[in-house]
Ligand binder design. Structure first.
Ligand code: HEC
Ligand code: HEC
Ligand code: HEC
Ligand code: HEC
Ligand code: HEC
Ligand code: HEC
Ligand code: HEC
Ligand code: HEC
Length: 448
């Protein structure tokens, strides 16, 4: 028996070799491009290999979506340019992607992300362009928000407006948004977009610290510990089925649940708009909230989720009713009575008010929305209260003068018992209780 296995082995080996080389050819064939595309690849492989290498590892390479498929341009395209005998465009916009991904493009286009470039007439932009300067806007605001990409006469892109992968980029072909904001070229990977870092370029900092809130939350801790158990490279990525170790930003805002498909409308599951000075309910808020609760449901019980939303709504109401509404109304009266100019940011009160709602007020609400206690309190309501009591009201007194100040206090502050400690001072009983606490805890009657 033994003697006979030699030739059999050799034949098997030969078959294996042939099969492997075929499989290898199969790989190559699957990555073969159109004739035009091959011309791009041959030259770019030498001139700029990283474009080709990143493309080679993408799903597109496996499906014959090559350089030319994406970059080819009609002569009528304002951003078309001649390039080594081809008419191409550097920008590959959602309109180009929509030929093969209509659902994703439709959802993205109707979402707030696609509207992020329309910030030109906002107060933020006045702050950026006038108070700061356009050079800062070019490398700041528009790299997150997107802005109009301008084209020069020869089809080249104006370097004052390019590079730019801002989320609401306004493209020369009229489409809005940039898909490479989350799927960087040329790997165009969905695994990458499932990671919280994909959102972290924009969703961080003093005015919208979603990334930091996430990192300090239990969910972020779970992610740090269980990242390698998340199966990010799976074709389908359904929470509760394909992974349970942690939710990422995408899990809650975009990815599939057993009952919901992936959405490219990041507003589909949020019930509040926490961006304005005073919070606003989204349209169809209840339905949107139910869609989010369905995500939580994969890992939590219904009463747990109810509790979270109750605490979140309570915090939003506290911020709105106790601080944002009176501050907004008082500032409005000062404007109406000519105590402030309409110019914006030319006086201290505007800066205090801005910090109160745009930074501290948002931090508090985002902290509560996504379970980041430090943002909800220390970087949130603590800062709101500090702004309100130690800066805003004293500055109102200075600007308004004693008579008007007292009128404003009577109208906006005194009716709310939650401000009594400030307008009337702490009661004797409260002070006594506090002293007793410190005595018991530290052996002295004084707060340290
Ligand atoms: C003969 C070589 C060659 C061929 C063929 C070629 N390219 Fe290029 N391409 C280059 C080089 C070199 C650059 C870099 C130019 C530079 O750095 O200014 C470039 C730049 C580009 C750019 C960026 C242009 C810009 O203004 O930023 C794009 C997009 C591009 N090529 C796509 C393609 C596509 C798509 C094809 C095939 C239809 C193609 N290229 C064919 C050599 C080539
Ligand atoms: C799925 C579509 C797609 C395919 C396939 C594709 N590109 Fe691109 N390419 C893009 C997008 C998107 C951008 C970024 C421009 C933007 O933001 O609109 C880009 C940008 C570029 C740039 C300019 C970026 C820079 O850093 O200078 C070059 C050069 C380029 N591509 C070359 C290639 C080459 C070469 C291939 C083939 C190996 C290729 N592309 C395949 C979509 C594609
Ligand atoms: C000519 C058709 C075509 C165009 C144009 C195209 N794609 Fe694709 N794309 C595909 C195909 C085919 C797949 C593989 C889908 C599959 O296997 O289900 C794919 C897959 C993807 C994936 C999933 C990759 C993964 O990790 O599984 C992303 C993300 C993607 N495309 C983004 C884009 C973006 C962004 C653009 C425009 C810049 C674009 N595509 C343009 C055909 C195209
Ligand atoms: C680091 C990225 C980044 C930078 C830089 C940035 N923003 Fe934003 N901006 C965002 C994000 C993210 C949001 C949404 C936050 C949220 O939903 O809580 C936002 C929200 C806004 C809004 C509110 C939009 C609405 O629908 O209510 C305006 C207006 C705005 N930004 C303008 C600007 C201007 C003007 C600048 C520069 C002076 C700027 N932003 C700088 C990322 C950025
Ligand atoms: C805000 C970030 C973000 C932007 C912007 C974005 N995507 Fe995605 N995309 C994702 C995430 C996250 C996934 C993975 C969802 C999942 O399967 O969990 C994804 C998945 C995809 C897929 C795979 C879909 C599937 O069912 O497998 C395609 C195709 C795609 N995106 C195309 C696009 C196109 C085209 C654009 C531009 C119009 C775009 N994306 C813009 C985050 C983004
Ligand atoms: C390139 C910057 C950028 C990236 C990357 C980005 N966003 Fe945004 N996002 C923004 C801006 C800017 C806004 C505010 C748009 C506006 O109000 O006009 C926003 C708004 C949102 C909103 C509020 C939507 C609404 O309808 O009110 C959600 C939720 C959101 N983003 C989630 C995400 C998630 C999740 C990711 C990652 C998968 C992500 N974003 C990636 C810039 C970005
Ligand atoms: C466990 C689920 C979960 C995770 C993980 C999560 N979010 Fe959220 N997010 C929420 C909930 C819940 C809300 C509030 C929904 C509402 O308004 O009803 C929210 C609100 C938001 C908003 C709207 C804020 C506004 O100003 O109106 C943005 C933007 C956002 N999240 C971005 C992110 C980003 C970026 C990440 C990752 C760094 C992330 N989220 C992680 C659940 C999550
Ligand atoms: C992939 C699973 C998963 C998803 C999805 C998920 N969570 Fe969690 N969440 C957890 C786990 C695990 C913990 C940790 C519980 C513990 O401390 O033992 C947690 C903790 C929490 C906590 C407690 C925070 C703390 O500091 O103790 C809250 C509140 C919470 N989640 C709310 C939500 C909400 C609201 C959603 C949906 C918007 C959600 N979670 C979605 C897994 C998930």
């Amino acid at each position: 028996m033994k003697g006979k296995t030699g030739p059999v082995r050799a034949v098997i080996l030969l078959i294996c070799v042939i099969m492997f080389s075929w499989a290898g050819k199969g790989e190559a064939a699957r990555m073969m491009a159109s004739r035009e595309g091959q011309t791009c690849i041959d030259c770019h492989k030498v001139q700029s290999p990283s474009f080709v290498k990143e493309w080679e590892i993408s799903r597109h390479a496996q499906r014959n979506v090559d350089c030319y498929t994406c970059h080819k341009a009609e002569k009528t395209n304002p951003a078309a340019m001649e390039h080594n005998g081809f008419t191409i465009t550097v920008l590959v916009t959602p309109k180009d992607c929509s030929k093969c991904h209509p659902k994703e493009v439709e959802e993205m286009t109707t979402s707030h992300h696609a509207k992020a470039g329309d910030i030109l007439n906002s107060l933020d932009n006045y702050l950026g362009e006038v108070v700061g300067g356009p050079e800062a806007v070019a490398v700041g605001c528009v790299q997150c928000h997107g802005a109009k990409v301008k084209v020069l006469a020869n089809g080249k892109l104006d370097t004052n407006s390019w590079p730019n992968t801002g989320i609401g980029r306004i493209n020369p072909d009229g489409s809005k948004g940039s898909c490479s904001a989350c799927h960087t070229r040329h790997s165009f990977s969905k695994a990458q977009a499932r990671e919280p870092e994909a959102c972290g370029k924009c969703h961080l900092g003093p005015d919208h610290p979603q990334k930091e809130v996430y990192e300090e939350s239990k969910h972020g801790i779970l992610y740090a510990h269980g990242k390698d158990k998340l199966n990010m490279y799976r074709e389908r990525w359904v929470v509760g089925r394909d992974y349970t170790a942690a939710p990422t930003c995408a899990t809650c805002h975009m990815s599939a649940t057993p009952g919901q498909a992936v959405t490219h409308d990041v507003g589909a599951r949020i019930s509040w708009n926490l961006r304005p000075a005073i919070s606003a309910k989204q349209e169809n808020a209840d339905k949107k909230r139910d869609s989010m609760k369905d995500v939580c449901n994969s890992c939590h019980s219904a009463p747990f989720i109810e509790g979270h939303y109750k605490q979140f709504d309570n915090l939003v109401a506290l911020y709105d009713d106790k601080f944002a509404k009176p501050a907004t109304a008082i500032r409005k009266e000062l404007l109406a009575r000519g105590k402030l100019t309409q110019a914006g940011f030319d006086n201290k009160l505007d800066w205090i008010y801005w910090d109160l709602w745009h930074d501290a007020g948002r931090r508090a609400r985002h902290g509560a929305a996504m379970s980041g206690p430090d943002y909800a309190w220390w970087k949130g309501i603590f800062d709101v209260a500090k702004d309100f009591y130690t800066e805003f009201l004293p500055e109102v007194r200075r600007v308004a003068g004693p008579e008007l100040y007292s009128e404003l206090m009577k109208k906006y502050i005194e009716p709310d018992v939650r401000h009594e400690w400030y307008s009337k001072g702490m009661s004797k009983e409260q002070l006594k209780k506090i002293q007793e606490y410190y005595k018991e805890r530290y052996g002295t009657g004084e707060a340290k």
